[in-house]
Ligand binder design. Structure first.
Ligand code: NAP
Ligand code: ZN
Length: 347
């Protein structure tokens, strides 16, 4: 065991403060990563506030991790010391269930271990995330980060990137498809960049009119302020895929009406409260209401390679660890432009 410095919420809804804890020794199939950057995801805030139910404290959040490999276990072939590695939302799965075997290890039926606020597969050890100096993980659950991409800007790809890439691929975003991205925050701005790179026509739906210029600079073709009822109505029957990244429980029916035949509204935002949904709104044009959570290790690597090829990184504000509480307040006020990333050298 080694002692690692990190930042943690010691109690539900507590401030994020310095905390020391133990990482396991590097096992035969593990790597040790000195973390350089860790993104702040809105999911970190939901969990610190226990908006998804009871959580484990002290909690070291962080599942958008990039750093340098400093040790490799004897069985590890995938990484060598000095490589740049990433860690996303989960660090283990059973490897034997239907979904682990069909390449969807993020849907493991038997306890995938989440990167933090989770339990290792030994059933007892708590997991601690990326707001820390170092992490020890199984090499199979770490990702290879394209070396030419900016490391700080790459960290958010490990959650925000894959969470939007996966449903865009599943619903065949590409040339001839109209994609609407609802909410321009961490996930939303990645959805815009990735959907544009896939060749889709992209509309941003935002309740922050001040984000218009940024959205267009990211490559979006159209921006609609969601308080503008006329502009929203003009989109009726035009959109094939809506990626809803909003962290609050909005009225989905307002947006379902903009879908064209066989279109889908994909829920990735996770407010932790039920949406009110009227079945009638889906019937005409055979529309779907669907969801998506993160992505498999295989697809996360595919996403990183795609971003490497298209030079896609996140638009970030790098902060010191002492500024995390303030960053949380700004995320909650929809004032993130467009992801906070912690420079872990400041821990
Ligand atoms: P974020 O950076 O805070 O972005 C959320 C955006 O939603 C805001 O920037 C804002 O965009 C919009 N919004 C917020 N409150 C709103 C309100 N009351 N009404 C209308 N729009 C509002 O958060 P994030 O990190 O992108 O995460 C977004 C959500 O996805 C969170 O709930 C998170 O837990 C969830 N998530 C899910 C997965 C998954 O696997 N499914 C993975 C990661 C995160 P505008 O200012 O443009 O309107
Ligand atoms: Zn996340």
């Amino acid at each position: 065991m080694t002692i690692t410095k990190g930042y943690a919420a010691l109690t539900p809804n507590g401030k994020i403060e310095p905390w020391e804890f133990q990482r396991r020794d590097v096992g035969a199939s593990d790597i040790s990563i000195d973390i350089e950057f860790a993104g702040i995801c809105h999911s970190d805030i939901h969990q610190v506030k226990e908006e998804w139910g009871a959580a484990k404290f002290p909690m070291v959040p962080g599942h958008e991790i990039v750093g340098t490999v400093v040790a490799v276990g004897t069985d590890v072939k995938k990484f060598k010391v000095g490589d740049i590695a990433g860690v996303g939302c989960f660090v283990d799965s059973c490897g034997e269930c239907e979904y682990c075997l069909n390449g969807n290890d993020h849907w493991c039926l038997d306890n995938s271990a989440y990167t933090y606020n989770g339990i290792e597969r030994d059933g007892v050890t708590h997991t601690y995330g990326g707001y820390s100096k170092n992490i020890v993980v199984k090499a199979d659950y770490a990702l290879k980060v394209p070396a030419h991409l900016d490391r700080a800007g790459t960290a958010p790809l490990l959650c925000a990137g894959i969470t939007t890439y996966s449903p865009l691929r599943h619903w065949n975003a590409g040339p001839g498809k109209n994609v609407a991205v609802l909410g321009l925050g961490g996930l939303g701005h990645m959805a815009v960049k990735i959907a544009v790179a896939m060749g889709a026509r992209v509309t941003v739906l935002s309740h922050s009119a001040s984000k218009r210029e940024d959205a267009l600079a990211m490559g979006a073709h159209h921006f609609v302020d969601t308080s503008d009822r006329v502009a929203l109505k003009e989109l009726s029957n035009t959109i094939d895929i809506i990626i809803n990244t909003v962290s609050a429980d909005i009225e989905l029916r307002r947006y379902i009406s903009i879908l064209r035949q066989w279109g889908s509204l994909v829920v990735v935002g996770a407010p932790g409260k039920p949406y009110a949904i009227d079945g009638f709104s889906l019937m005409n044009r055979q529309l779907s209401l669907s969801g998506s959570n993160i992505g498999s290790i295989k697809e996360t690597q595919e996403m990183l390679d795609f971003c490497g090829e298209h030079n896609i990184t996140s638009d970030i504000e790098v902060i010191a660890a002492s500024e995390i509480d303030n960053a949380y307040d700004r995320v909650l006020a929809s004032d993130v432009r467009y992801r906070f990333v912690i420079d872990t050298a400041t821990i």
